[in-house]
Design a protein around this ligand. Structure first.
Ligand code: AMP
Length: 215
């Protein structure tokens, strides 16, 4: 199963990718997580992308493509993958198609999670991440047992710099300008499936599974 998850930041695609990855036993590739790890390590790649990420701007396509070439071509992706946060521009979508074509493969499904802007802002403004194990929390919807501490490892919870109000609005604007055209691209190819992402995570996951197993 080669699956792309689309949705505005905060639509829950990261969490759904994790749930689907466990269920379908295929890797979940999050470009945001990969880049944040590079920034944390202060690597050459991390230094190149940090500014774009903090502002909520997109990292240039050629940098993302290099990262993704290595990931998608890796042996662990032989039986499929779930992409979370890629493609994010029409050029990236076309690059992905070409990349898969060169490997004799193609995408099986593209799922867009549909969530209202009000829900997005509510979710993102409360989002907290463990600085040690990266477990995700939300002060509005999934608070930790002890304030500021991870339930799993006791690590300190922090919020993402790009979850501050200005960056959230910028990320939603960028999604509408740069990423939304991809939905039309996949719709025209008959690959786009839209799933309501407002409900609890397990029922959203089950709706996605139903959609992708339809054909
Ligand atoms: P995410 O965790 O998916 O919200 O991504 C966090 C940030 O990483 C984005 O706001 C971008 O700055 C950068 N990023 C992640 N994926 C991409 C991509 N496919 N193209 C460009 N920038 C990306």
């Amino acid at each position: 199963m080669r699956l792309v998850l689309l949705g505005v930041p905060g639509s829950g695609k990261g969490y759904q990718a994790k749930l689907l990855s466990e269920r379908l036993k295929i890797p979940w590739i999050s470009t945001g997580d990969i880049l944040r790890e590079e920034v944390k390590k202060n690597s050459g790649l991390g230094k190149k992308v940090e500014d774009f990420m903090n502002k909520g701007d997109l990292v240039p396509d050629h940098i993302i493509l290099e990262v993704m070439k290595g990931k998608i071509g890796a042996p662990e992706c032989e039986n499929g993958f779930i992409l979370d946060g890629f493609p994010r521009t029409l050029d990236q979508a076309k690059d992905l198609e070409k990349l898969l074509e060169d490997m004799g493969e193609k995408l099986d499904n593209v799922v867009k999670l549909d969530v209202s802007e009000k829900t997005i802002i509510h979710r993102l403004s409360g989002r907290m991440i463990c600085s040690v194990c990266a477990a995700a929390y939300n002060i509005n919807t999934k608070p930790p047992k002890a304030k500021g501490k991870c339930d799993l490892c006791g690590g300190e919870l922090t919020s993402r710099i790009d979850d501050q109000k200005n960056s959230i609005q910028n990320r939603i604007k960028i999604y509408n300008e740069k990423t939304k055209p991809i939905e039309e691209y996949y719709r025209q190819m008959g690959q786009l499936k839209v799933v309501d992402g407002e409900n609890d995570p397990a029922s959203v996951r089950d709706k996605i599974l139903k959609e992708i197993q339809k054909r």
